[in-house]
Design a protein around this ligand. Structure first.
Ligand SMILES: Cc1ncc(COP(=O)(O)O)c(C=O)c1O
Length: 386
């Protein structure tokens, strides 16, 4: 029996539930208090003067450190096996703070896979500050070919959030290290439970907490995790000065989300595998994008990097006109139409335009409802295509 225990899973469940909590300091309360305060006061000026010499290690002002946010940061760092985490007011807050801290005029960024739209837009904006970028696939040979002498950051999404593309994380990390280039990954799809990029040599793992970690579609937040020296720099510059701080109340909601993350992710996985089994035999479908269907080298990356399957997938139908896609999505009753993903609820969207331009994908976020209910709902959609 003992040899079957997955030590990572056991440790992660301890981190999500009890680790770093000091109930005796909370009057025995099971839920940690929400330190809903903007500032912290000191008994005398001597103590204040001492604390201000190292402001980022003390509770001074909640744009910097706050006890509720700090508890979340400790748990996130431990889940990713990183030294330090910093939480942000949104995923984009974390991404922009990272880029603004690490990049200077003349630098080049390599985007691996199709980045989340606003991440790419941010890099387009950074052209105004003399920062350039290119895009490439997740194959490390492709990455090596796309490097420039001025490349400072390789920014990866794996799995990515529209086509669920994958990248060879170990291969890319080793090329980057050989060239003295930093690597960062948006690890939101997998969550820290299903993928631990820092253990594969990636320097920084970024998250939006607004998806699976929050898990209930009621908070917006973000985080950066990595080596202390690197995250401390992002804290000092990108976090403190750009000001995208996470509120104590949102940190509390993220902590509450973490409690059930392992259970929810197991259910998302089970549900998505059932839904994909159903989709795989629908004659109108021409392609399904999800890491569980990866082939060739990508399948090897999945085996090495991912310890579970999250619930976000996309697929394509034959003759993908706007009218057909809208007919399909509008027929769904359990799936709601909306951006974002990672909550308890199932969602469907497409970026197809009424003039039949734009991406042809239909994206589904598979929630926690009974899979039978979801499949029944999808049948309503497919009936409109026949
Ligand atoms: C993959 C991915 N990364 C980052 C973000 C940005 O996170 P936030 O909305 O919390 O700013 C999103 C949001 O949808 C996302 O899907």
């Amino acid at each position: 029996m003992a040899e079957n225990i997955d030590t990572d899973t056991v440790r992660d469940s301890e981190i999500c539930s009890h680790a770093f909590e000091a109930h005796e300091q909370y009057q025995g309360a099971m839920a940690p208090p929400i330190y809903q305060t903007s500032l912290f006061t000191f008994p005398n000026l001597e103590r204040f003067t001492e604390v201000m010499r190292d402001e980022r290690s003390h509770f001074v002002y909640s744009r910097g450190l706050n006890p509720t946010v700090k508890l979340l940061e400790e748990k996130l760092a431990a889940l990713e096996r990183g030294e330090m985490a910093k939480a942000f007011g949104s995923g984009m807050g974390a991404i922009s703070a990272t880029m603004m801290t690490l990049l200077s005029a003349g630098d080049h960024v390599l985007l691996v896979n199709q980045a989340y739209g606003p991440t790419r837009q941010l890099l387009e904006q950074m052209a105004r500050f003399g920062i350039d970028f290119d895009e490439c696939s997740g194959d490390s040979r492709d990455v090596e070919r796309a490097l420039r002498p001025e490349t400072r950051l390789i920014y990866i999404e794996s799995p990515s959030s529209m086509r669920m593309e994958l990248a060879d994380l170990e291969g890319i990390a080793s090329i980057a290290r050989a060239h003295g280039i930093l690597t960062a990954i948006d690890n939101t799809w997998a969550t820290p439970l299903f993928q631990k990029p820092l253990t594969l040599g990636i320097d920084l793992s970024l998250h939006t907490l607004s998806k699976y970690i929050g898990g209930h579609s009621d908070l917006v937040g973000g985080a950066v995790i990595g080596r202390r020296e690197l995250v401390a720099r992002i804290f000092e510059h990108g976090h403190q000065l750009l000001g995208a701080a996470l509120s104590p109340h949102s940190a509390f909601l993220a902590l509450r989300g973490l409690r059930t993350l392992p259970v929810r992710m197991r259910q998302h996985q089970s549900n998505v595998l059932d839904v994909i089994q159903y989709l795989a035999v629908q004659q109108e479908i021409t392609a399904i994008h999800h890491p569980c269907l990866a082939t060739g080298e990508a399948a090897l990356w999945v085996e090495k990097q991912l310890s579970g399957q999250a619930g976000l997938l996309s697929f394509e139908i034959d003759n993908p006109t706007y009218a057909r896609i809208a007919g399909f999505i509008n027929a769904l009753q359990t799936f709601r139409i909306g951006v974002s993903w990672g909550g308890y609820e199932s969602l469907a969207i497409s970026q197809r335009q009424p003039d039949d331009t734009g991406p042809t994908l239909i994206r589904l976020a598979i929630g926690l409802e009974a899979p039978e209910l979801l499949i029944e709902d999808l049948k309503r959609g497919f009936q409109t295509l026949r």
